[in-house]
Structures are given as C-alpha cells and as structure tokens.
Design a protein around this ligand. Structure first.
Ligand SMILES: Nc1ncnc2c1ncn2[C@@H]1O[C@H](COP(=O)(O)OP(=O)(O)OP(=O)(O)O)[C@@H](O)[C@H]1O
Ligand SMILES: [Mg+2]
Length: 504
C-alpha cells in the first residue's frame, strides 16, 4: 500500500514571470498518490503555467520541485516523463501530418536493429492503448483526419504510454462528448486506484465535485488555499476563486420582443440536419440545446455561409436571402463566434488587437493606411467590456490563457455590431466569473435589439441566457420551449429523442 499522505510530488514557492506578467507568485501545490487534486482559478490565474513548470516546459524563476520528498531538477518534458510526470495539454500539441501512433510515441518510437522504427510494434502498442480508451479509430490514421475530440483522445493516449506517478489533465473535457467523458472519468479512476496522483484542471464545477478529493485555488498567480472537496461547496470555492458569489438564477421571460429578425424555414442539409424551422426576434436570445453532434453547429455554419443547404429558406428582416459565403453573411449582419477558437477564431501568431479587428480591416482604413487609433479604440473597448487579461494589445494571442483567447474571439465578432449574433459554445473553457459576465453580455446585447442565438451543451447555461430554447436531436428540432415553461426533465427528454408525452 502506498502511504497516501506523503505527497508524490510537491511544488514549493514557485515564481514564474513573463515579460510584463507575474504568472506565478510563490505558489505551493502538492499531489498525493491515488488522489485527484483539482486546480481551479479564473482564466489567466496561472494554472497551465504551473503545470508547465511541473512538466519541465518552463523553468521557474524561484521555487523548487520535490518528488518523493527529494528535490529534483526538471529541465524538459522528457526528463519530466522519466520522473513519471505527464501533462495532457489544454491546447492540442499533436503533429497533424503524422499518424496517431507516431504522435502517441513521439520521441520514443520503438526501434529494432539499425535504429529502424518497429512499425508493427508501434501500431500494436498504440492500438492497445486506443482500445483501452474505447476509441473507434485506428492508430494508423493521420491525426489531421481526426475530429478534435479524437485528437484529444490521442493526446490522452500519450500519457498512458509511461508508468506515470502524476498525470495532469488540463481541461481535458472541453471538446469531448458525454460518452467520451465517461470513458475519460473511468480512465482517471483507474489511474487513481493504481496509486497515480492526478491533477485535474477544469472550469466545470460539476466535474470538479464529481472527481476530486482536494481543490486548490489560484488567483492572479497567487495561492489562495486548498480545500477538501467533501467538506466544501461550489459557493465557497467560487468565493475563493473570484472573491464573490455568483447569481445562478434562471433567465426570466422578457416582457416583449421586436420584429422577427431571422426566420429559417424547412432548412435541410442531409444528413447533418433536416427540416429545421425557427425564428429569432429582435431582443431575443434563442438557446439551441442538444448533445454534441445534434447538428447545431452545422446549422450555424449554414447560416454563416460556410455550408450550402439542400433546401429551405432563410429570411432576414422579412427578406428572403441567399447566403453563399461568410462575406454574404457578414454583409447581412450575421456574426458567428465559432466553437473551436484555435481552428477558426484566432490567428495565434498575430497580436490581440489585430485579431480583434481582423474582419473590419476594410472599414478602418484611413486613406492607404490603417487607422491605428480606430483599431485601438475597438480593442480597448472590448478588452474592458470582456475584462480580457493581457499586458498589452501587442501581446501575441497564442500566449494568452485559453479563456482570454476565447474572449478575444467574442470581442472580434461583437465589434462588428451584428444584427444576428450566433455564438457556439461561448463559454467553453471560460472561468465561472467571466462566464456569468459573458451571459450578462449576451442578455445585454439582446436588450439592445440584437437577435442572439446561443448554442450550448450546458443546461445551466441555456437556462440562464435563453428566452426560448430549441431542443435538437439527431439533426431535427424535437421541441421548442418558452423559458417559463421549460423543466430540466422535459429538456433532457427532448434532446434524448423522447417525444413529449403530454402537451406542455
Ligand atoms: N509563454 C507566455 N508568454 C507570456 N505570457 C504568458 C505565457 N504563458 C502564459 N502567460 C501569461 O501568464 C498568465 C497565466 O496564464 P495561464 O495560461 O497559466 O492561465 P490559466 O490559469 O491556465 O488560464 P485558463 O483558465 O484561461 O487556461 C496569463 O496572464 C498569460 O497571459
Ligand atoms: Mg490554462
């Protein structure tokens, strides 16, 4: 039996600075064998940075790391792995042109004589791990051809190749379906029962409370405390994290709405979605709720001109329109904040300001030059509105914390002043404090007359922001609810394909 009170690993007084940012300011953290230790904090609090120090990707300015009570030097990820410390990244770090197997064993491919790669062994071992993860693809497949969720599974598979002492999961569920989450939680419990220490980073309180034994909270790079999960609750954790409680109440029916801004009639794009009809009025937030894969993102993409429907009609402000490209959509006043910010929303190498003003470069031209003042004014406005944490507009977007990257994408589309704003999973990866600000922001936009569509897989989120909820199942609209009539049970039934048994 392992002694579960001696930490498997300790971080003491860790300080890490970047130009203009004190990301970690003397943080203590430890992981015991066989425990799940959740690490919590707002976007930019320093969670990922702390774990990158642990995994040898960053060298701390001060502080030390102890393994089994002994101070160690971890200079790079290979050394960390050799010490049994594995990090599963928040932002995927796979080589897209290579196979899943090559990614799983990157840097340590099994070899035979003359240093040649032993492909047979590589595929056999990789496929065994993928099977353990219940993946439905083979290790031979090229990573670029995998969905984001499956890429995440490859990332997780990587961690299972070593005899791990500590495994860090940095927001692993952000792009997983519920079924995949169940598999992941099984794996975590499995590792736990083998005495592996787990660090689990997530903004989802439900996951934190289901999985963790202890919770450590960071705030602005500082250690705020460690709580025993069984002895605390969400409200206490939230207060430690953001310094206040949150209003988690449901939205209340708004008094009245303006004219119909968007109307969709019998829109089909088989097999993704079929015969979809709905309306969104000025001042209204319509929530699209359903499981991952229900066709909601595809509808949004069709309305934004990224897919061509087989049939159906779209009306904007009473006029039938054809939306053949994103350009058309933008011209008609439709904005889409996409689900996957890294693929579709952000140019990671570009600075924050330019990312935000990218779609408007044409409008901001002053003669042959870009008007710097106008661009900066837009950036400043949405940085303040969304409380984006960055030392300057010049910061490369790729180094911002995950949630702050998402805020830049939202700011980009808000600054276009759309009439119809579609947001796809707007708060994925966003901390609870900023999340409620983004909810408020969506409500505010609606009350200013925008027509807003929110796609979300989180029930509390749709209940908090929507005036009306469209429940989807397998590409079809199952049911529509007014916010005052909806119950959690009826929503769950609708998105599981169960027809309403009685009139609502
Ligand atoms: N390589 C880097 N260069 C400059 N600044 C960085 C770098 N990495 C992180 N930072 C900054 O350090 C701070 C902490 O970032 P970190 O990514 O650790 O936050 P986080 O707690 O993981 O947030 P999130 O929940 O959004 O993922 C942020 O202000 C971030 O912009
Ligand atoms: Mg992070």
């Amino acid at each position: 039996m392992t002694d579960t009170n001696t930490p498997a690993l300790q971080l003491q007084g860790i300080v890490k600075t970047f130009p203009g940012v004190r990301a970690l300011d003397g943080v203590d953290f430890d992981v015991r064998p066989g425990e799940v230790h959740a690490l919590l904090g707002e976007n930019g609090a320093g969670k990922s940075t702390l774990m990158k120090v642990l995994a040898g990707m960053y060298q701390p300015n001060e502080g030390r790391i102890l393994i089994g009570g002994q101070p160690v030097q971890i200079s790079n990820p290979i050394e960390a792995k050799a010490q049994g410390v594995v990090l599963i990244h928040q932002e995927l770090s796979l080589v897209p042109e290579m196979s899943a197997a090559e990614n799983i064993y990157l840097g340590e491919l099994p070899r035979k004589g003359m240093g040649r790669v032993n492909w047979k062994e590589l595929y056999a071992r990789s496929n065994a791990i993928l099977e353990r993860l219940k993946c439905r693809f083979r290790a031979e497949v090229t990573v670029a051809n995998l969905s984001i969720a499956n890429q995440q599974m490859v990332e997780i598979a990587r961690a299972l190749t070593v005899d791990a002492r500590v495994v860090v999961f940095d927001e692993p569920t952000a792009s997983l379906t519920d079924a995949e989450k169940v598999v992941l939680f099984d794996i975590i419990n499995d590792l736990k029962s083998q005495g592996v220490g787990i660090v689990y980073i997530s903004h989802r309180m439900d996951e934190i409370f289901t999985l963790s034994d202890r919770i450590t909270v960071l705030r602005d790079g500082q250690y705020r405390g460690t709580l025993t999960t069984a002895e605390t609750d969400e409200d206490a954790v939230t207060r430690l994290m953001i310094g206040r409680s949150l209003d988690l109440s449901r939205n209340e029916a708004a008094p009245d709405f303006g004219k119909t801004m968007l109307e969709v009639r019998n829109l089909s794009c088989a097999p993704l979605f079929e015969d979809v009809s709905f309306t969104v009025r000025e001042g209204e937030v319509v929530g699209f709720y359903g499981l991952v894969g229900a066709g909601r993102t595809e509808i949004a993409e069709t309305l934004f001109g990224l897919r061509t429907p087989d049939s159906g009609q779209v009306f904007i402000d009473g006029q039938e329109v054809t939306i053949a490209s994103a350009q058309d959509a933008i011209g008609l006043g439709i904005s889409l904040v996409p689900e996957n910010r890294k693929e579709q929303g952000l140019v990671l190498q570009m600075n924050c300001r330019d990312n935000m003003t990218l779609p408007q470069v044409h409008n901001l031209r002053a003669g042959p030059f870009l008007s710097n003042g106008a661009e900066l004014a837009i950036f400043d406005k949405y940085r303040d509105k969304l409380e984006i944490k960055t030392p300057s507009w010049k910061q490369t977007a790729g180094v911002l914390s995950g949630g702050n990257q998402q805020k830049i994408v939202i700011g980009k589309w808000l600054s276009m002043q759309p009439r119809v704003l579609i947001v796809d999973e707007p708060t994925r990866g966003i901390d609870v404090g900023s999340k409620s600000e983004i909810h408020q922001l969506l409500r505010d936009l609606a009350s200013q007359g925008y027509a807003v569509i929110v796609i979300s897989s989180e029930m509390p989120e749709v209940l908090r922001v929507s005036d009306r909820i469209v429940a989807m199942y397998h590409g079809r609209v199952m049911r529509e609810f007014e916010i005052d009539d909806v119950t959690e049970d009826s929503l769950v039934q609708a998105i599981s394909g169960i027809k309403a048994s009685e009139p609502a």
